[in-house]
Design a protein. Structure first.
Length: 296
C-alpha cells in the first residue's frame, strides 16, 4: 500500500456540513473544541484553514496547543466570466496561500470555486454540464496563473477537481494537467468527487502518479453516484440521496487507490467526509480515527 503514514491529515468538514449538503461555518463548535477532539482520535495533522479574524500565527499556536500541526490547505479560486473579477480573485487566492504558508502548511489544493446559481451546482452536477472549449482554454490560463501565484507564496499548488466546478470530469482534469507543466502545478485528486463524476479514478491516478503531491480520500456509495448522474441531479439533491460516508463504510476501493499512487509515495493523504453518515460530527470523526488506525 503506497501511503505515507506520517503525512495523514483530517479535514473535519463534519463540523460545518449542513443537512442540505452545503457548508455553514457558523454551526461549528469553537475551534479549540474541534481540535481537541480531532487530536483525541489519533490525528496529528489537520486541514489548514485559518479562520477569519485569526492570524496565521495565532492559528498555528492553537493547533500546537492541541498537539496538532497544519496539513495541506485549500485555495478556492473563484470563477467569473469577467476578466477584471478574475484578477481580484487571484489576489484573494494569493492572500489565502500566504496565510496557509504562515500557518505552517506546505501544500494547497487548488480548485475552482463552487457557487450557488452556477449551472453545475443548481442544475446538473458531475456530468460536465455546459462544457465549452473556449471556456476551458480561459480556465487553463487562469489556473496556470493561480498556480504561479501560489508557488510564489511559498506553497505547492495541486490541481483539485471538484464536482460543481468547471473542472469536475476526468476529461477536464486531463486537459488542465496536460496543458500546465508539473513544475508549475502538481495534482491533488479527490477520489470521491472524481468517482462521483464517473472517472476511472485508479487509471487517472496511475497516469499522473509522478505529480501527485496530495490526495483527498473520500468514501461514497457508487450506486447513488450512478443514479445522480443518470438522473442529472443537482449538487444538493445528490448529497441528500446519501452519497458520502465515512472511510471504509462505502464502496471506494482504497487498496486500489493507494496502489495507484507511486511507489514510495511521500505526499499527503487527507481523510475527508463531506457529509457524515453518522448522527454527530464527533461520531463521524471517530469512525475516521478508527480507519486511520487500521492503516498502521
Amino acid at each position: 500500500m503506497n501511503i505515507n503514514k506520517d503525512r495523514i491529515a483530517l479535514n473535519p468538514l463534519q463540523y460545518v456540513a449542513t443537512e442540505d449538503g452545503w457548508i455553514d461555518p457558523s454551526i461549528a463548535p469553537p475551534l479549540e473544541q474541534q481540535l481537541e477532539y480531532i487530536a483525541s482520535q489519533g490525528f496529528k495533522y489537520v486541514h489548514c484553514s485559518v479562520p477569519p479574524g485569526l492570524s496565521p500565527d495565532a492559528y498555528r499556536r492553537k493547533l500546537e496547543s492541541a498537539g496538532l500541526a497544519a496539513g495541506p490547505g485549500y485555495v478556492g479560486l473563484r470563477w467569473s466570466d469577467d476578466p477584471e473579477l478574475r484578477v481580484e480573485h487571484l489576489r484573494r487566492s494569493k492572500a489565502t496561500a500566504e496565510a496557509n504558508a504562515a500557518a505552517g502548511s506546505e501544500l494547497s489544493f487548488l480548485a475552482l470555486g463552487m457557487a450557488l446559481g452556477s449551472a453545475r451546482v443548481d442544475q446538473h452536477s458531475a456530468v460536465g454540464h455546459q462544457y465549452s472549449d473556449d471556456r476551458m482554454n480561459v480556465i487553463i490560463d487562469y489556473v496556470g496563473t493561480a498556480a504561479e501565484v501560489v508557488n510564489a507564496a511559498g506553497v505547492v499548488p495541486a490541481l483539485h477537481p471538484h464536482v460543481g466546478t468547471w473542472i469536475e470530469t476526468e476529461s477536464e482534469t486531463r486537459s488542465v494537467l496536460e496543458a500546465i507543466p508539473s513544475s508549475t502545478l502538481k495534482f491533488g485528486p479527490d477520489t470521491g468527487h472524481l468517482a462521483w463524476a464517473g472517472a476511472d479514478v485508479t487509471s487517472l491516478l496511475s497516469d499522473y502518479a509522478d505529480r501527485i503531491s496530495g490526495v483527498h480520500i473520500k468514501d461514497l456509495f457508487m450506486d447513488t453516484a450512478s443514479v445522480a448522474r443518470s438522473e442529472r441531479l443537482d449538487y444538493k439533491s445528490a448529497i441528500q440521496r446519501v452519497l458520502w460516508t465515512e472511510p471504509g463504510t462505502g464502496d471506494a476501493d482504497f487498496n486500489a487507490i493507494f496502489n495507484a499512487l507511486p511507489s514510495g509515495y511521500e505526499g499527503w493523504t487527507v481523510i475527508e467526509v463531506d457529509k457524515g453518515n453518522r448522527p454527530t460530527a464527533e461520531e463521524s470523526i471517530e469512525v475516521c480515527g478508527k480507519w486511520l488506525k487500521s492503516l498502521s
